[in-house]
Design a protein around this ligand. Structure first.
Ligand code: GYE
Length: 627
């Protein structure tokens, strides 16, 4: 087998070399006429290839690539220069790559060239995102959450007495820096007696952190904790304190890389008090790239990778291993999955149930299905039944987001992994479930508002009636948040009435009937209806027509889901826009269950890829709608 080295090109030589190299890769690997040696060339644009974490990312990519003879990787190293990375991407595109994996040096600066790439080939964002959604898939950590977890840990380290902290940041402008710092400072702010006395910048580099902190400590004296945004800088901070003979200063880092000098070793040796794993996503990027190139269905929009606290105690207790793996009786054991469904409130829910049942059947998974009939207590009862029956896996969609901690802890104590689909819970302990998969409801709310603003395009007063979903449910809470977040920039848009239709079509009709009576009595005008789902919008349309109103004309209507009846209403001119929210989560859930049970690590969050359907596309789109 030809040695398959990662092609790492000095950026300055790239423009000249890459075409030749690629023709070599494409040509020289091609034996005499017959099947090609490989099918795909993937360009990997790295912000830099000097930081240990990025070198680890490249190594993970190459290790996974080695399992796929039909793949070739071409790496570029932008050496922390956005201008150079823009040039790298252009050169990679012009040399004919099939897919781009990019870890942007800076989000804003790289957004345009990523959008251009996305117009031509699939693009996977790795570790850092861009502005907007012009990409195929994002894989990376939730940096704000990492910062928050670090803040919570430091608070627990300092205890009731509190203390003083110095924060050491990575390179200014680098996307994780801001998010990690925001999350960290938010968590610290919740503790009244902890002060961040200063913030230093060390560009992710160990020696710079050592120099910066040495001079700071000489000027200001000791503090209680150093919070560094990566382990390399944390190690530099530790060296500074040691050099100055300062005892008792505790240092916390992020990355948790294995191997010599990595965060795991630094924690094990006591050099660091703790670190947080920050998976690079390199392996997931290669696997997802193949799925995309093979046109697999159900490619998500985001994969958020799990972060775990690493302390000496967690290393020694083995808790560092991701989610405790249940032991299957035998490799050919038929997995038994207990699923607790919300109910039957909407066409969306019916389609979701059908998707789960069909996918379980096709995956050869035995499904115990329980309908919660819109009551959380029924779902909790069903989960307890699954625990008592010792199923292999539990999955559910949370009717409302609160009140699940106890039963989730019972499932964990029984070593039964839990998957959450569709509606998340508001539990802070993410170790209570393996993975959450579903839509970004806040973004759906934003999309509804952005469409409305663009459609009306007016500075005149716009009166909006909002039909909310189930009170306390994540989609109702978050769609409202997203809708109002965008609307807050347009003061002429006002929500004059907001009531719940509980996601039911019938309730949407009754609530709208009453709202229309109240508006008539108070001589108020309704210009727009924003309904949190299509079913309530369709119910409201019936109520409007009963009063002689022309829905879609007298009242502009935007809703969420994208069910068939919404497309029919749009074709009839009664609904103006439906924001997609896919219920077809069955295949993704069953794949995740099988992957997990076969030992694979899973993202802690998988976000579905979705679009917006304005009425003008409804007729063409309806035939291909699957729910
Ligand atoms: O919008 C609605 C269903 O949880 C996203 O619940 C789902 C929502 C969906 O009843 O139609």
């Amino acid at each position: 087998m030809r040695p398959r080295l990662p092609l790492r090109l000095p950026a300055r030589l790239l423009p000249a070399l890459l075409p030749a190299l690629l023709s070599l890769a494409l040509g020289a690997c091609r034996p005499a006429p017959g099947p090609r040696a490989f099918d795909y060339v993937i360009g990997v644009s790295m912000a830099n290839l000097t930081e240990p974490w990025r070198i680890n990312m490249r190594d993970e990519i190459m290790a996974e690539t080695a399992h796929h003879p039909d793949l070739r990787m071409v790496f570029t190293d932008a050496a922390d220069s956005s201008a150079r990375q823009i040039q790298d991407v252009g050169t990679l595109l012009d040399s004919g790559i099939d897919l781009l994996i990019i870890s942007p040096n800076q989000s804003e600066a790289l957004s345009p060239v990523v959008a251009e790439a996305y117009r031509r080939i699939p693009v996977i964002l790795l570790d850092r995102s861009v502005v907007g959604f012009d990409y195929t898939l994002f894989i990376g950590p939730d940096n704000r959450l990492i910062g928050k977890q670090a803040g919570q840990y430091v608070a627990s380290l300092l205890g009731a007495g509190g203390g003083k902290i110095v924060e050491i940041l990575g390179r200014s402008g680098s996307p994780p820096v801001l998010d990690r710092s925001i999350g960290f400072q938010e968590a610290i702010a919740q503790q009244g007696n902890i002060t961040i006395v200063d913030t230093l910048v060390a560009d992710w580099l160990r020696d710079k952190a050592e120099d910066e902190l040495t001079s700071w400590l000489k000027r200001n004296g000791p503090v209680d904790v150093i919070m560094a945004q990566n382990d390399a800088m944390a190690d530099g901070a530790r060296r500074a304190a040691m050099k100055l003979g300062i005892q008792g200063l505790r240092v916390v880092g992020i990355d948790g890389l294995p191997g010599p000098g990595g965060g795991i070793e630094l924690v094990k040796s006591g050099a660091l008090a703790a670190t947080f794993t920050c998976p690079t996503g390199g392996k997931e990027a290669v696997i997802s790239a193949l799925d995309i190139l093979h046109h697999e269905e159900g490619i998500p929009k985001k994969m958020i990778l799990r972060t775990s606290l690493v302390t000496r105690q967690s290393i020694e207790s083995g808790a560092l291993a991701t989610f405790p793996r249940p032991l299957l009786p035998s490799p050919d054991h038929r997995i038994v999955l207990g699923f607790a469904q919300v109910g039957k409130e909407s066409d969306w829910r019916l389609a979701n149930t059908e998707s789960i049942k069909t996918a379980a059947r096709e995956a050869g998974i035995e499904l115990l299905f329980r309908d919660g009939e819109q009551k959380q207590e029924n779902q909790i009862k069903a989960i307890r039944e699954f625990i008592a029956k010792e199923v292999d896996v539990i999955a559910f969609s949370a009717n409302v987001e609160s009140g699940w901690g106890e039963v989730l802890r019972e499932a964990k104590a029984a070593r039964i992994p839990v998957f959450i689909i569709d509606r998340p819970v508001d539990e802070k302990d993410e170790s209570l479930w393996v993975s959450l998969m579903g839509s970004d409801f806040v973004e759906e709310g934003r999309r509804a508002a952005r469409w409305l603003i663009g459609y009306l395009n007016t500075g005149k007063p716009v009166n909006i009636v909002e039909l909310q979903g189930t009170v306390g449910s994540a989609p109702a809470i978050d769609r409202k948040i997203g809708f109002e977040e965008v609307l807050s920039q347009y003061p002429n848009y006002r929500i004059i009435v907001s009531q719940s239709g509980d996601f039911f079509r019938s309730v949407g009709r009754e609530v709208m009937r009453q709202i229309l009576r109240d508006l008539a009595a108070s001589n108020q005008r309704m210009d727009v209806l924003f309904a949190h789902n299509d079913d309530m919008a369709i119910g409201a349309i019936a109520a409007m027509e009963a009063t002689g109103l022309k829905p879609g004309k007298d009242v502009v209507i935007v809703s969420v889901d994208g069910i068939r009846d919404a497309f029919k209403a749009m074709i009839a001119g009664k609904l103006n826009c439906s924001v997609e929210c896919s219920p077809l989560l069955g295949p993704q859930l069953m794949k995740a269950v099988k992957d997990f049970m076969s030992g694979k690590d899973l993202p802690v969050r998988i976000v579905t890829s979705e679009v917006v359907f304005p009425a003008q596309v409804a007729r063409a789109a309806l035939p291909s709608r699957k729910y």
